[in-house]
Design a protein around this ligand. Structure first.
Ligand code: FDA
Length: 310
């Protein structure tokens, strides 16, 4: 069921007809169903949400949605949008932290284009003290993402970190490598349907790997982000940090906008840094479908939402 639901929703996320239907109803009004997970389609809505999140004592990272762009014009447009977003964030005075995907910047066109576009964002980001997190996409992109990350790291960019997925067998090696570099890792379970040849098919094994990698990051990493809504992973992190006498400032928790607000508030009230990943933009459909794939029960509120809107 674990891998099965992800696979079904991944396949559906490629359906143009479903995308049209969802786009019609998902964001139409203030309580349309996609707004549960997505701050809105415009940058103004994202800034409003960010202000609200900050006023609750939470940290944030803003993600301008988009992925798998097919032409260099689209990659250039996404890059420009990100550069514009930096300016908007500076003017708004909210926290300077963004997340992005390399296939949005042209990784599927060619690597050099992607590196150039990434630098176009990292340069102004560095001047304005932003931290830039590179999300991890599905496994055909893992090696390229890490190669590009190392390329820019060797070019002395330090305002950047990467996400690694506990689901992949290779991730222990990748965590070790990032720890050696002193690079900041966001650890996630992994949102994509992957073949058994590269990833643990059973949720229990992903969870075991997540806790193992968390310990490695807490012991040897640089300000890791433990990104999960799973109370067992959070308790495991807290127990290990207590056992080793690690200070709260050694790591942060991260969660997705709209998921487990109770846990976000509880950890933040207990003095832990909690950062919310706030996605926005018109290209919200694949992101939204991954959230459904993680928890098929979410389909209920989508169906209720469509019926209400119609
Ligand atoms: P798990 O799936 O076991 O869920 C634990 C509990 O959380 C559930 O029981 C439920 O209560 C709640 N929950 C989880 N997902 C939910 C949902 N969709 N709707 C409602 N409740 C839900 N992945 C990736 O491959 N690359 C990346 O770069 C990122 N980036 C990223 C950033 C941040 C800040 C987070 C929190 C997550 C990601 N992810 C990601 C997604 C990640 O890989 C994973 O798919 C989700 O976090 C769900 O896994 P959990 O760790 O929450 O555990």
């Amino acid at each position: 069921m674990y891998a099965g639901a992800k696979g079904i929703f991944f396949a559906l996320s490629r359906s143009a007809a479903l995308k049209r239907l969802a786009s019609k109803y998902g964001m139409r009004s203030r309580d349309s169903f996609a707004r549960r997970f997505i701050a809105g389609e415009t940058v103004e809505e994202a800034i409003d949400t960010s202000r609200r999140v900050q006023s609750e004592g939470l940290h944030l990272t803003l993600d301008y949605l988009g992925e798998s762009v097919r032409t260099s014009e689209e990659a250039t447009a996404a890059t420009r949008a990100y550069v514009g977003l930096l300016d908007v964030i500076v003017v708004a005075g909210i926290e300077r932290n963004i997340s992005l995907k390399l296939t949005q910047l042209g990784a599927s066109i060619d690597r050099a284009t992607c590196v150039d576009n990434l630098r176009r964002i990292l340069d102004p980001a560095g001047r304005h003290d932003f931290f830039v997190r590179i999300d991890m996409e599905n496994s055909p992109w893992t090696q390229m993402t890490l190669d590009i990350f190392e390329t820019i790291w060797q070019q002395d960019y330090r305002n950047v970190g990467v996400a690694l997925q506990a689901a992949l067998y290779r991730s222990e090696r990748d965590v070790q490598r990032m720890n050696e570099l002193g690079a900041r890792v966001r650890l996630v379970k992994g949102a994509y349907k992957e073949p058994d040849s590269v990833a643990y098919p059973r949720k229990a094994d992903v969870d075991t790997a997540f806790l193992r990698l968390t310990k490695l990051l807490l012991d040897e990493g640089t300000y890791p982000a433990i990104a999960t809504h799973d109370p067992a992973m959070i308790d495991g992190t807290l127990a290990y940090a207590a056992e080793r006498g690690f200070d709260k400032s050694r790591f942060e928790f991260q969660m997705l906008y709209g998921i487990r607000r109770d846990l976000q508030a509880k950890l933040s009230a207990a003095g832990y840094a909690v950062r919310l990943y706030i996605p926005f933009g018109r290209e919200w459909f694949p992101y939204f479908m991954r959230r459904l794939g993680e928890r098929p029960a979410n389909l209920g509120f989508v169906i209720r939402g469509i019926v209400r809107e119609k």
